[in-house]
Design a protein around this ligand. Structure first.
Ligand SMILES: [Zn+2]
Length: 228
């Protein structure tokens, strides 16, 4: 939300004192209100392009209904007519329409700061979504496993894994005659891999694998992308 948008609403109020101030206040932001709704519904779209500009990573690449010239004119006309019908004021209707439309050229003036307020929340969400569901599998040689049982290294290492990764699933099994385990967790950054793997290597002599995996929801989204 850009503070400059509110300038025209004070002007409208001055030109028609009968106009309740909240109406031009809403009018100048109406396109963004609909924009937010359309983004939510997936009718219009944004994407994150890290480093797009210094202050804003949001690429507003698809918003033809709210932020095109034609779209802005249509919303302005509709809002103006609606106010005119409800309030019975032609002057008020014209001012409301003009206030709605004023959003459009003002957005052009300051295209990248308009949504600065929402950038942060979207970016945070994007980061959360950008972690990778990963399966960590390890297998401990029999000898090292025997030793690890006796000196507590197995218990300690597995406890540490459970505490630090907070896996969504964890299974322990005998694979090919050796003690094995697998956990599914969110890998936030590949640079975490050594930190996770080293205790398994060093304490248990284990062989270790990291595999990107999908759950059923991930698969559904993936299939939609593949077929679309
Ligand atoms: Zn806008």
């Amino acid at each position: 939300m850009f503070v400059g948008h509110y300038g025209p609403s004070f002007l409208a109020k001055r030109l028609d004192p009968a106009l309740p101030l909240w109406i031009p206040f809403l009018a100048v932001q109406l396109l963004d209100v609909f924009w937010a709704i359309f983004i939510f519904l997936g009718v219009e779209r944004v994407r994150i392009v890290p480093g797009l500009t210094e202050t804003n990573a949001l690429d507003l690449y698809y918003m033809p209904y709210t932020h095109s010239l034609l779209g802005a004119l249509a919303w302005a006309g509709a809002a103006g007519i609606l106010y005119r019908l409800i309030a019975g004021s032609a002057r008020g209707g014209t001012l409301v329409g003009a206030a709605v439309f004023s959003h459009w050229p003002l957005d052009l003036l300051i295209p990248t700061v308009v949504l600065a307020a929402s950038v942060q929340s979207v970016t945070v969400r994007f980061r959360e979504e950008s972690s990778m569901r990963t399966m960590l599998r390890w297998t401990v040689p029999v000898e090292a496993g025997n030793k690890g049982i006796h000196n507590g290294a197995i218990a300690k290492t597995i406890e540490a894994i459970m505490a630090s990764l907070k896996p969504e699933a964890a299974y322990f099994l005998a694979e090919g005659g050796r003690r094995s385990g697998m956990v599914v967790f969110d890998l936030k950054d590949p640079s975490e891999i050594p930190q996770i793997a080293e205790p398994l290597f060093q304490q248990l002599n284990a062989s270790v694998e990291f595999l990107p995996v999908m759950n059923a929801d991930d698969l559904k989204r993936a299939l939609a992308k593949v077929s679309g």
